[in-house]
Design a binder for this molecule. Structure first.
Ligand SMILES: Nc1nc2c(ncn2[C@@H]2O[C@H](COP(=O)(O)OP(=O)(O)O)[C@@H](O)[C@H]2O)c(=O)[nH]1
Ligand SMILES: [Mg+2]
Length: 205
């Protein structure tokens, strides 16, 4: 399991850094070398590259030039890793309303994710939220692939009173998105919500 693998990787990281501390070899070069090794393991365990980089930076700040207690080194490093991960999660929180209100016009949001993960439903929910905020969204039916995708959005748009920009099935998704953005620019719409087919990376096109 992915989580199991991730736990293993962090045990590995903890062990290697602890050893470096105990051998009084925790300098920038050692930590960088270790992280070059960890990077691959973390990526294999599905950790995103920017997160790996943030983790490296954060651990550097917490460990280098610090008086790491040799007696409780494992505990110290466990805490450092935990704090670093929490820092990363906190930094990535987004105040959606603020972001949209202060963002560019039109604000363009592209929805990605595998089939059935809830893209289209989420678009309807977000369109509803935006309208309640007094904003005017438009939706692009750029899922031109899955049967029923356009009808599903049309139904939501009718309920919500939101304009849907669509073409036929099989049309170029980017062209539909382009039309929707042009429409938003011409009609001073605030937000463009672009639905996609969200197919798997193993699919062609
Ligand atoms: N319970 C629940 N079901 C959801 C939620 N979002 C989507 N669904 C359902 O999951 C299925 C797929 O959703 P859909 O938005 O079409 O996914 P898409 O393929 O990513 O566009 C539909 O049956 C939705 O009704 C949710 O937040 N909660
Ligand atoms: Mg969909």
């Amino acid at each position: 399991m992915m989580l199991e693998k991730l736990r293993e990787v962090f045990q590995n990281i903890k062990g290697s850094i602890s050893r470096a501390v105990l051998e009084r070899k925790l300098d920038e070069k050692t930590l960088d070398d270790l992280f070059d090794e960890f990077e691959l393991l973390l990526i294999e365990a599905d950790v995103a590259v920017p997160v790996v980089e943030a983790l490296r930076q954060s651990l550097k700040n917490k460990l280098l030039g610090k008086n790491v207690p040799r007696k409780s080194v494992e505990e110290y490093i466990t805490n450092a890793i935990e704090e670093s991960l929490l820092d990363i999660l906190n930094k990535n929180t987004l105040d959606f309303d603020k972001e949209i209100l202060n963002g560019p016009r039109p604000y363009i949001i592209l929805f990605l994710g595998v089939n059935g993960s809830g893209k289209t439903t989420t678009i309807a929910k977000i369109a509803y939220r935006l309208k309640k905020m007094g904003l005017d969204p438009v939706i692009a039916a750029s899922d031109t692939f899955r049967a029923g995708a356009i009808e599903q959005l049309r139904k939501h748009c009718n309920t919500l009173g939101v304009r849907l920009i669509y073409q036929d099935y099989g049309a170029d998704p980017a062209a539909v998105a382009f039309d929707a953005i042009q429409h938003a620019q011409a009609k001073n719409k605030d937000v463009v919500l672009i639905d996609t087919a969200g197919r798997m990376q193993t699919n062609k096109n």
